[in-house]
Design a protein around this ligand. Structure first.
Ligand code: SD4
Length: 337
């Protein structure tokens, strides 16, 4: 289902839906936008802990993460278990089992995780293992390394008890067969179809962790790795300052080291919302930027529990669970033309 349908359906299913705040330094706000900004500022500024935010519409995942936090679990356990919900969801065709394959029909996963101490682990081009985020955590905790790739990552996972399985579901195989009719051998850039799950949590002790997991761009070239498993690009956590996670066209995030940039902007005093907006502006304001052809979205949280989200194009959203409310918040975006 396309993201715009999720967003429309959200209000019908009792899931809260708010609208993101507006870019500093962007076009003059309309009165409608000013109202939306006011509504969202309060959504973004309640700083009660614990809290969980995630990219896109993933209320089951944020609910799981909050369950972990409410039971006294830490933020690291929360983001891992939250992401696992989407990895196991075969209907989500962008993460874990059921993820759309590369152009050769192989489902290859990228994931990373980062804790309050700045420890991190990552897997790239992982095949046949559903819970890539958990393998990334094992890399972090059980090896002297940060990143394992491909067959080595898979062998490591198997050595840790992960069961290999076929990740290509019938639905994803059918979609790939249809794609093959034209088989355009370049990344398909559909601005509504970037569904990486990035999750950030602050536990009741005020400690922050984050995780990110994806099958990457559908029908990508074999061997292609995006931003999602790259610490600093797809995800960055600094427990003194805050955290950020990205979704969208990974190449553009990598070129601007997006998540690290957002955290550094927060360190310099920007709010999470302002930092996300500035990081998007670095992409769209590049000379010859072809931003109209791709989507990038960021979500961020600071140490105070304030949150922000922003994207290039419409229909990016953040799911936030705080103060007993698990809601989808539609992000504000740059390209209003
Ligand atoms: C990537 N950032 O591999 C990911 C794409 C994405 O849902 O967000 N997919 O570039």
């Amino acid at each position: 289902m396309k993201r715009r349908h999720f967003i429309k359906n959200a209000s019908l299913t009792g899931v809260g839906l708010a609208v993101g705040s507006t870019l500093v330094g962007c076009a003059e706000k309309t009165s409608e936008e000013k109202k939306a900004t006011a509504a969202t500022s309060s959504t973004h500024s309640k700083a009660t802990l614990p809290l969980v935010i995630a990219t896109w519409h993933v209320i089951d995942a944020t609910a799981k993460a909050m369950e972990v936090l409410q039971a006294g679990g830490n933020a690291l356990d929360a983001v891992e278990q939250g992401c696992m919900v989407e990895e196991a969801n075969e209907k989500g065709q962008s993460v874990g089992k059921g993820g759309l394959p590369d152009r050769d029909g192989n489902v290859t996963l990228d994931a990373c995780i980062m804790d309050k101490h700045g420890n991190c682990g990552s897997v790239v081009y992982l095949q046949s293992i559903t819970h890539a985020v958990s393998v990334a955590r094992k890399v972090m905790e059980d090896t002297p390394h940060v990143m394992l790739a491909g067959e080595g990552a898979k062998q490591f996972a198997v050595s840790k008890g992960f069961e290999p399985e076929d990740l290509l579901t019938e639905a994803s195989k059918d979609a790939w067969e249809k794609w093959k009719v034209e088989a355009k051998y370049k990344p398909i850039i559909n601005i509504e179809n970037h569904d990486t799950i990035g999750m950030l949590a602050i536990d009741k002790n005020g400690d922050i962790s984050g995780a990110c997991t994806t099958s990457g761009l559908a029908y990508k070239m074999g061997g292609r790795v995006g931003d999602s498993p790259i610490i600093g690009s797809g995800l960055f956590v600094d427990n003194e300052i805050g955290a950020c996670v990205a979704t969208g066209l990974g190449e553009e995030v990598v070129k601007t080291v997006g998540s690290f940039l957002v955290v550094e902007l927060m360190r310099q005093g920007k709010s999470p919302q302002e930092a996300c907006e500035e990081a998007i502006s670095r992409i769209v304001n590049k000379p010859n930027s072809n931003y109209k052809d791709f989507q990038v979205g960021y979500i961020a949280v600071n140490k105070k529990g304030e949150t922000g989200s922003y994207s290039i194009h419409q229909w990016f959203s953040m799911t936030k669970f705080q103060n007993g409310v698990n809601e989808q918040i539609q992000s504000d975006y740059f390209n209003k033309a």
